[in-house]
Write a protein that binds this ligand. Structure first.
Ligand code: HEM
Ligand SMILES: *[C@@H]1O[C@H](CO)[C@@H](O)[C@H](O)[C@H]1NC(C)=O
Ligand SMILES: *[C@@H]1O[C@H](CO)[C@@H](O)[C@H](O)[C@H]1NC(C)=O
Length: 226
């Protein structure tokens, strides 16, 4: 017979993992072009993955390599998607991504409330390894430096990669941002779908090859900005 303690613990962990944050089933994906190996968590409309520096499972990483692939129900090159690096939309570092002129533009954002996100003003640095746009999906591989601890005004936060999991959120919209030629100026309307999940990091999430992979992220892709 189960002890009361194990039943209570079972219920507590169920309510945390299944309802507040769905469990993200961790898969390993290796990008054939760059050789970068990611832990990925496929969600409806959005697949996000990360690769961490060699010691990222022992020491909280400050940067990561990311893979973001999103569906384009509106047709090739249409729509936007985004990730919250803390799970919830509000008061966490957000990454906005959308296809534009054959590229995938990326912009770091911040939402002090549920509404159109403003620009993130912390010292994070975003560069890309590659991107692809086809009839059904758009995808970007990027390096995000100083993205796992964040500060906007008085608010600070972060993701603790040494804890063995990251709390993540995703959002997806079928229509493109307006004024989107420049990534930091693109204005989004509300997403149609969104969710949160706990992304468990397995022992392949961190790699001794990280430095070599990170060196492939050479260019910021800001779009056409005035
Ligand atoms: C006009 C723009 C936006 C509006 C009005 C908006 C509004 C909202 C609202 C009301 C929710 C609560 C969930 C619900 O009620 O169904 C939500 C959730 C969420 N949003 Fe947004 N959003 C916007 C843009 C964005 C962007 C650009 C991102 C990411 C880059 C994002 C990420 C998320 C995430 C991850 C969630 C789920 C976690 C949570 O509920 O906090 N949102 N959004
Ligand atoms: C690409 O888009 C298709 C069609 O919308 C979808 O079924 C598939 O899951 C997407 N792939 C990824 C990796 O998001
Ligand atoms: C489009 O890209 C996605 C994700 O990168 C890929 O899974 C899919 O096979 C591609 N579809 C076509 C038609 O090339």
């Amino acid at each position: 017979m189960k002890s009361l303690r194990s039943i209570v613990l079972g219920v507590a962990s169920l309510s945390l993992s299944k309802f507040a944050f769905a469990q993200g089933d961790t898969a390993v994906y290796e990008d054939p072009e760059s050789g970068i190996s990611f832990n990925i968590w496929p969600q409806t409309d959005v697949t996000f993955g990360i690769a961490l520096p060699a010691n990222g499972l022992e020491t909280d990483a400050t940067e990561f390599l990311g893979l973001l692939t999103c569906t384009s129900p509106g047709g090739e090159g249409v729509g936007w998607c985004g990730i919250s690096l803390g799970g919830g939309m509000v008061n966490n570092l957000l990454l906005l991504a959308y296809p534009s002129e054959g590229e995938v533009l990326t912009s770091l954002r911040w939402a002090p409330e549920y509404g159109p996100p403003e620009l993130y003003t912390g010292d994070a640095e975003l560069t890309q390894v590659s991107s692809a746009v086809n009839a059904t999906n758009y995808s970007v591989i990027f390096r995000c430096v100083n993205c796992l601890q964040w500060t906007q005004g008085e608010t600070t936060g972060g993701a603790a990669t040494s804890s063995g999991a990251v709390m993540l959120g995703w959002a997806h919209a079928g229509s493109s941002p307006t004024n989107g030629a420049c990534a930091d100026e693109g204005v989004v309307a509300r997403h149609e779908t969104q969710g949160m999940f706990r992304g468990t990091l397995n022992d392949q999430a961190a790699s001794a090859d990280y430095e070599a992979w990170a060196a492939l992220a050479t260019s910021p892709v800001p779009g056409t900005c005035a």
